[in-house]
Design a protein around this ligand. Structure first.
Ligand code: HEC
Ligand code: HEC
Ligand code: HEC
Ligand code: HEC
Ligand code: HEC
Length: 394
């Protein structure tokens, strides 16, 4: 455990600045009056503008911006992630309380963040508010100064300087738009990710999502999910390589992660054995909505093929012995997902001829097909599709 590495500082809550009156008895123009009213209204709605929009990084960090735009970080809001929206639509915090607690990790740069997450304010995400479309914003992630560890979830501590970003390039060019700080070890050892990715407990104390954290400087969230890529860091920079900001995961670029999973098939008489080793530091599928499958297909020399009964990888949450949604569940009923660094051998019985070809595929559905219709996602081809992580044949 690396907990002790964290510098834990006081959580600086978001401040909003409103113009102070200097007491002068001046006649104020209509424009000033309007600004004043807008500011008062903003205050009542908890509005502040604290994080630069992603769009403002685009002109200088073209490569990084383009990769980022395809990532689930850029698309984490209910307006861009239909799966997140489908769960939010059913969630009691929405239906009963209109309290968008998810903002903490899904839209932390919202300009009324505090009000979105506070009970009784009844503020919900608004498609016309550009800061509600931002997801895990560039400027948010690059201002994470420390992580406060918590039982239910962890909390990111955001540096107070608005345009000062943390990074690792010790000798950097002048950015102009912003200043740079390179003394934050969270950006070296991958722990910058764990304010949002470590765990999330529901009100029954059940951990709905857990990512095992075994970060070291040589192998961590950044080394696997943000590998180095060709392409300049910024206009005006001499660096020709940057870290991948598309955040390879289950939605996209899984080919960058396939190298961390080994599949070794063997034929023994009328049996096929498949040994899978998960070299990732955490379980292979992290979200309880996913369904993983190990498929074996036998193709004979004359071209006919048969599909054997696949092995299923899933994590089922429940209550009183029955499956239940994450906010109701108080136990884990089943967990067959391959854990971090785990290796398992699966045996398939079948009739085999010498010249049969055996094809093995390891992949997953983002949402278990049993749930797709219940969540109203049946028209979404991307969600219905089977994603291949890796395949091989003998
Ligand atoms: C503590 C941070 C945190 C909070 C709070 C949080 N989430 Fe998430 N959520 C994540 C992370 C991290 C992932 C991606 C990791 C994974 O796939 O397990 C994720 C993924 C998801 C996914 C899967 C999305 C997909 O496209 O496959 C859904 C659905 C989801 N969250 C719903 C919610 C809802 C609804 C809320 C609020 C009621 C919420 N989350 C609150 C961190 C959080
Ligand atoms: C006017 C151009 C410009 C704009 C706009 C700009 N940057 Fe930069 N940024 C740079 C340059 C130049 C560097 C230095 C690159 C180098 O030295 O190789 C840099 C470096 C960085 C670094 C690297 C720090 C490090 O040491 O690793 C981060 C992080 C960063 N920018 C984030 C952002 C974010 C986030 C935005 C948008 C909110 C943004 N930048 C907008 C020009 C810009
Ligand atoms: C502010 C919270 C936050 C931080 C910090 C954060 N993430 Fe995420 N991450 C999320 C959320 C929320 C999702 C899920 C978005 C969704 O699917 O709607 C996610 C999704 C992902 C995914 C899944 C992508 C996919 O295609 O399935 C990966 C991989 C990931 N994050 C890696 C990282 C890494 C690496 C870091 C640290 C460098 C990091 N995250 C930091 C909130 C965060
Ligand atoms: C040794 C490489 C490795 C390391 C280290 C690693 N991961 Fe992963 N990660 C993987 C692989 C492999 C997958 C599976 C991808 C797939 O199934 O498409 C994955 C998947 C994920 C997903 C998507 C899960 C889902 O169900 O959608 C998230 C989120 C994620 N990792 C976050 C992290 C975070 C946060 C860290 C650091 C604590 C981390 N990873 C460290 C290799 C790694
Ligand atoms: C989830 C967190 C996260 C988000 C979102 C994010 N970054 Fe980064 N970024 C990182 C981390 C971590 C590194 C450091 C990687 C390293 O040095 O190992 C990094 C590195 C950089 C660098 C230094 C060059 C490099 O690639 O190593 C620049 C510049 C940068 N980011 C700009 C941006 C911009 C611009 C955006 C949005 C378009 C963005 N980042 C979004 C986490 C993030």
């Amino acid at each position: 455990m690396k907990w002790k590495l964290f510098s834990i500082s006081v959580y600086t809550s978001f401040l909003f600045l409103i113009g102070c009156s200097n007491g002068e008895t001046q006649q104020i123009s209509d424009a000033q009056q309007q600004t004043k009213e807008a500011k008062i209204e903003s205050k009542e709605q908890g509005i502040h503008s604290n994080f630069e929009l992603n769009e403002s990084c685009k002109s200088c960090h073209k490569n990084i911006y383009e990769e980022y735009s395809t990532s689930m970080h850029a698309n984490a809001s209910i307006f861009k992630d239909p799966v997140h929206k489908a769960i939010w639509d059913k969630h009691p915090k929405n239906k009963k309380m209109q309290q968008y607690v998810c903002a903490k990790c899904h839209t932390p740069a919202a300009n009324n963040f505090k009000y979105l997450v506070t009970e009784g304010k009844h503020q919900v995400p608004d498609a016309n508010n550009p800061t509600h479309l931002e997801g895990v914003a560039c400027s948010y992630c690059h201002r994470i100064e420390a992580i406060k560890l918590g039982e239910k979830t962890n909390t990111n501590v955001i540096a107070s300087k608005r345009k000062e970003y943390f990074g690792n390039i010790e000798e950097h060019a002048e950015a102009g738009f912003h200043t740079i700080k390179t003394n934050n070890e969270l950006f070296l050892n991958g722990n910058v990710c764990i304010g949002c990715h470590s765990h999330k407990q529901n009100k029954h104390g059940l951990s709905v999502c857990t990512t095992e954290i075994k970060n070291t400087e040589s192998e961590n969230c950044i080394t696997c999910h943000m590998p180095e890529m060709d392409g300049s860091v910024a206009i005006g920079s001499e660096r020709t390589k940057h870290h991948f900001h598309g955040f390879a995961g289950t939605h996209s670029k899984q080919e960058l992660l396939a190298q961390y999973v080994d599949i070794i098939p063997e034929r023994k008489g009328n049996q096929v054995t498949v040994t899978i080793t998960n070299n990732a530091s955490h379980a292979l599928l992290l979200h309880p909505l996913r369904l993983g499958l190990l498929k074996v297909n036998i193709t004979s020399a004359n071209g006919t093929s048969k599909e054997l009964e696949p092995v299923k990888f899933m994590r089922v949450l429940g209550k009183d012995g029955n499956p239940a949604p994450p906010w109701v569940a108080d136990t884990e009923l089943k967990n067959t997902v391959l854990q971090g660094k785990e290796s398992k051998t699966f045996t398939f019985d079948t009739e085999l001829k010498d010249d049969d070809k055996i094809n093995i595929t390891l992949g997953y559905f983002l949402v278990n097909p049993k749930m797709i219709e219940k969540l109203g996602l049946q028209d979404n081809e991307e969600i219905k599709k089977f994603h291949v992580l890796k395949s091989t044949s003998i």
